[in-house]
Design a protein around this ligand. Sequence first.
Ligand SMILES: Nc1nc2c(c(=O)[nH]1)N[C@H]1C(S)=C(S)[C@@H](COP(=O)(O)OP(=O)(O)OC[C@H]3O[C@@H](n4cnc5c(=O)[nH]c(N)nc54)[C@H](O)[C@@H]3O)O[C@H]1N2
Ligand SMILES: Nc1nc2c(c(=O)[nH]1)N[C@H]1C(S)=C(S)[C@@H](COP(=O)(O)OP(=O)(O)OC[C@H]3O[C@@H](n4cnc5c(=O)[nH]c(N)nc54)[C@H](O)[C@@H]3O)O[C@H]1N2
Ligand code: SF4
Ligand SMILES: [Mo]
Length: 721
Amino acid sequence: MSNVRFGMCPLCEASCGLEVEIDSNRIVSVMGDALDPMSRGHVCAKAHALADIHNDPDRVTSPMRRHGTAWQEVSWEEALDEVADRLHSVRTRHGRNAVGLYFGNPTAHSHTALLYGATLLGALGTRSYYTANSLDGLPRMLASALMYGAATLIPIPDLDRTNHLLILGANPVVSNGSLMVAPGIRTRLQELRARGARVVVVDPRRTETAALADEHHFIRPGGDVFLLLSMLHVILAEGLDRRGALPSVDGLSPIETAVERYTPERVADAIGMSEETIRVLARSFAQAEHAVCYGRLGACTQSFGTLCCWLIDVLNIVTGNFDRGGGAMFPRPAADVSAPLRRLGLTNNFGRWRSHGRSLPELNNEVPVGSLAADIETAGPDQVRALVLHAGNPVLSVPNGRRVERAIASLEFTVAIDIYINESTRLADVILPPSFGLERPQYPLLFAPMAVRNYAKYVDAIVEAPPGTRHDWEIMRDLSLRMLERRGALGRVAAAGTSAVSRFLEPEDILSTAIRLGPYGRGLNPLAKGLSLESLKANPHGVDLGPLTPWLLDFMRARKQVVDLAPRPLLEDLARAQAWLDASTEVAAVESSELLLIGRRDPRTNNSWLHNVDAMTRGRDRCTLVIHPGDAASRGIENGTRVRVGSKVGNVEVAAELSDEVMRGVVSLPHGWGHGRTGTKLSVANERPGASANDIIDDAWLDELSGCSVLSGVPVTVERA
Ligand SMILES: Nc1nc2c(c(=O)[nH]1)N[C@H]1C(S)=C(S)[C@@H](COP(=O)(O)OP(=O)(O)OC[C@H]3O[C@@H](n4cnc5c(=O)[nH]c(N)nc54)[C@H](O)[C@@H]3O)O[C@H]1N2
Ligand SMILES: Nc1nc2c(c(=O)[nH]1)N[C@H]1C(S)=C(S)[C@@H](COP(=O)(O)OP(=O)(O)OC[C@H]3O[C@@H](n4cnc5c(=O)[nH]c(N)nc54)[C@H](O)[C@@H]3O)O[C@H]1N2
Ligand code: SF4
Ligand SMILES: [Mo]
């Protein structure tokens, strides 16, 4: 007999509420939950993939050990012991930094993995700690650490109340939003425009989001920093700022000095925008009653990503649109596990150590993954010789993926905690299979703090995980205990302590305490009214906690802190941007044979790993190179022509798709493809392999300040294959 249960989609930040029909342990249908106060019934095509992955015959459902090219099933005890022995052996011989740890993107979508990830990192005690954040939001976090003293304070656009939304380098209509939890974004943007607000998109590609906007302007990839400097120049020069109403900030006068030289005349040609457009963008933003500039991946994972994130905030602040309704705001989540760390000043550590192979700076313990291959290849005391890979596919997701592939293959030992034998995990010695998606409880621990409304929601597991799997957090716990136990008497004491604590502090216990002690919680009084894990469980649709309210500036004032508008490392990094501007004006005069590569997301993809679901990849080829007809003509390229796209690090061959949706000089290729490699078990994905954008993205490119990989605006050559 089938019945209906309520769940949450773990695939992207939108975390949509689901109404799931199940029959025994089979997912019959997945629909949007109309009663979810955030997603209001919205789901995208990908939600249906949850059922396919749950049942995917290619899924790993028992621990596996590799012998050459063959995999052998082993028991959990045997697998965990072997992993702990091998990691411990590397650690004993080469030191703790010789064991690397990588958390991929889905780690962020499992609150239980997040809570126990810290335990695993603690047990490994390694400085060779990487996450997908250094392919994504690292510059944003560094800007926050430098300006507000906390990397976790991410300004979120108050989407539902703004009058003017300026979007730089984001395509939320396809991505469903990032560092902005706003499920059903298409409807929200339509509602926004229906009440008279303007949406302006700045992007080298006329995107699906641009199609819904009032205005779209092309910009040369990497040019945003100069657009922002120049907009600030116009606003300050024309007295359009709201300095009278500015909160307690430091550093307005260094900003005035810094932007002085960036007149629209100076930057326009280099960024491919007219002077008049820059002026109009600045004036309309400053004159709107409530405006907010929202920048995401395209503005973040580029050469000047940290500068962009900083200047976006400066723009919001000087126009009076910061920590104020309709502007950039800071949600108040029900469970804010980073708040105690923030209070202790533990979320603004930067550069305490540097990565071994490329000397990239640490931010709150993690070093940029752009250093991983070099950390493995470079001899020395901290050389990485073993790797723990959790929910990541760096072979496809990190620039110069072929180098990453060779590096991981050369390791002494690798363990992957993953649901698939994919391009990265096939290189592991042992794979430990976790539960997935609707097979475990969910709470948006990382995403409620980024939502455009305050809300909370907890859902239980809806279906049972395959019998041979374990939850991510259990795997992390058991691995941590075994690692500690191997470290002599002290280690055994630590293991016993961790084991005892973890019995009382399972993820649900931690979550329950955090909610109780949070801003809406019952506190320690059992009779008091307020939010608790139990009350959330009783309402699986979720609870609306109201619109965003201002709090950060008061909080900082009470602690005698001020927003630093002009942190020194950022001012200094402007020199690097200036050098780019000087060089680019010279280059612009020459007809360049190189084109600038940008990415593109498809509504049915999720980075590298939904391609094994037939319904997500069926039909037209999605891994094409979009090129402007003008750039195609001079190369003899027509629609459908196979082209070779190349750079210093490699070549790929894909079909060309001619369209003026990209600006002249820019080509677009999606990432996450490049399947069909020997040893993978992805029967559907391997039939439609596509090519990996990261096989041609040169890893030499970095946002040098943060060390974040550059995914956008890298030069490539394009010719007929
Ligand atoms: N060129 C280019 N490269 C990019 C990007 C780009 O735009 N352009 N985008 C970047 C971005 S934003 C990101 S976030 C990264 C992502 O980079 P990664 O996180 O390295 O890669 P994913 O493709 O997300 O792979 C996720 C892996 O997790 C596994 N998985 C799924 N669910 C679970 C689970 O519940 N538990 C466990 N243990 N495993 C699970 C999947 O099988 C898959 O192997 O890629 C980045 N790379
Ligand atoms: N369907 C789908 N949804 C996803 C994902 C997916 O793979 N598929 N991945 C998820 C993940 S992990 C993330 S982090 C989010 C990312 O979500 P978004 O931040 O919305 O990222 P993208 O959709 O890649 O959009 C980035 C935009 O930046 C533009 N761009 C590139 N370079 C520049 C530049 O120099 N300047 C400017 N102004 N624009 C530029 C690109 O053309 C593109 O339109 O999406 C999430 N949602
Ligand atoms: S937008 Fe789609 S993928 Fe993202 S949470 Fe909602 S249903 Fe899942
Ligand atoms: Mo991401």
